[in-house]
Write a new protein. Structure first.
Length: 133
């Protein structure tokens, strides 16, 4: 793809999907999931690997006590955290479609990233940065 924006959208979507496999490869261990993304994803696309792993972890285990996806995000590099938390929030909202449940979940995230979780999007979101309430 010659269009760099489209290329990033395609690559971001691909890495997001790979996150589903990352959580299995890591045996559902947040630190191992981060290490797997660090090993296999290029630094410029790593946020999408973290974000996909967090999202799919929430989708696979939607229990509200499941904070492992948020632990994964807390272990990511600082610049990759907004997208990771946004995708965790996105997964929660996919499961429950409830702002109250989303707020309870996101309150368990690192305080400075809770808004990304609640917004379910980040400046680097491969979906174009839009989420409908």
């Amino acid at each position: 793809e010659s269009d760099s924006k489209k290329k990033r959208i395609y690559a971001g979507g691909c890495y997001d999907s790979v996150g589903n496999n990352v959580i299995e490869m890591s045996n559902f261990d947040p630190q191992k999931a981060v290490a797997t993304c660090q090993e296999y994803a290029s630094p410029t696309l790593r946020m999408y690997c973290y974000g996909g792993a967090a999202r799919y972890w929430v989708l696979r285990n939607p229990l509200l006590e499941n904070i492992k996806p948020l632990e994964l995000c807390s272990k990511a590099e600082e610049g990759n955290k907004p997208h990771c938390y946004a995708r965790a929030g996105f997964g929660n909202f996919e499961n429950f479609a409830s702002r109250d449940i989303l707020n309870d979940f996101c309150n368990k995230a690192e305080p400075k990233y809770q808004e990304y979780c609640r917004a379910r999007t980040s400046p680097d979101d491969f979906t174009g940065g839009y989420v409908k309430s």
